[in-house]
Design a protein around this ligand. Structure first.
Ligand SMILES: [Zn+2]
Length: 285
């Protein structure tokens, strides 16, 4: 599967707004996710805007990451570092990566500002493969920063960065994998080891067949429709895979996808079951 060189010009932005803790209340709290591949011809805009944003901020190094923050967000740094530390650890468990490549993180001051760079609405976090940049804005709830959501979103976006790094190293791209897979992994890390008992049977929205969640276009149709929760169901699929086959299954699927040339064949080779069987198991999980 040859790497598509044109991808260097493709701006990948993956946006997320975190979901509520309980399944029952999730419809009140979510449905504003955005996850997107964007072909951005206006690279100069992104680069110059990013330059302005980083220049007006302080910066601090944390491991292989550089965090850009406003002085008013100084108190967020310990929480930012602890979320990143956990995300690094969880990703190392899922992906066989020995040397993490540098990436940058910008903590935005509000939704308007983050949208001014991402050009997308309802996104309190994004990952851009261009420049390996994570963007995040802390949400204020009842006068205080919603730290749980902040950390979850940061861990989610960081996972997109590691995923990109991994598939790029294999000579693959995001497009070689279905959206449910890459977003499900990011959600899995975002939830950390929280004891949330989410099953398909108690998600009060219809299960979307995995084959209908392959491309961004398909994903986006459901993502913007609050009658569905494709993030939550994708999380459950990844949770099933990890519980059933262990942490190493994710890496195994990536490698088998490279060898087989197609994700579904890679999945079957790594797990011994095809996508339809997987879907059946997940519904009973
Ligand atoms: Zn995402």
């Amino acid at each position: 599967m040859p790497k598509k060189k044109s991808y260097i010009f493709i701006l990948l932005l993956i946006f997320c707004i975190c979901i509520g803790i309980t399944v029952k209340k999730y419809k009140d709290n979510i449905a504003q996710y955005v996850a997107s591949f964007i072909v951005d011809k206006n690279d100069k805009f992104f680069d110059s805007k990013k330059q302005v944003l980083t220049k007006e901020r302080e910066s601090i190094k944390y491991k292989h990451l550089t965090i850009f923050y406003l002085k008013s967000d100084l108190e967020l740094l310990p929480e930012t570092k602890s979320a990143l530390e956990r995300a690094i650890q969880l990703n190392e468990n899922l992906f066989d990566i020995n040397d993490n490549q540098p990436s940058e993180i910008i903590i935005f001051k509000n939704m308007d500002e983050i949208e001014s760079l991402s050009k997308m609405e309802y996104a309190n976090g994004f990952y851009s493969e261009r420049g390996k940049l994570i963007g995040i804005v802390p949400e204020i709830k009842e006068g205080e920063i919603d730290l749980w959501n902040y950390k979850k979103t940061l861990m989610h976006e960081y996972t997109h960065d590691v995923f990109w790094q991994k598939v790029d190293g294999l000579g693959l791209t995001y497009e070689d994998f279905p959206y449910w897979f890459l977003e499900g992994i990011a959600e899995y890390v975002g939830y950390d080891d929280l004891d949330i008992d989410i099953k398909i049977s108690n998600i009060h929205t219809p299960f979307v067949p995995l084959k209908q969640l392959t491309t961004y276009k398909q994903w986006n149709q459901y993502r913007i429709n609050s009658d569905y929760n494709v993030y939550l169901q994708s999380y459950v699929v990844i949770k099933f895979l990890v519980h059933e086959y262990g942490n190493e299954i994710i890496n195994k699927i990536l490698i088998e996808t490279k060898y087989k040339g197609v994700f579904e064949a890679g999945l079957e080779s790594a797990t011994g079951i095809n996508i339809n069987t997987l879907e059946g198991h997940v519904k009973d999980f």
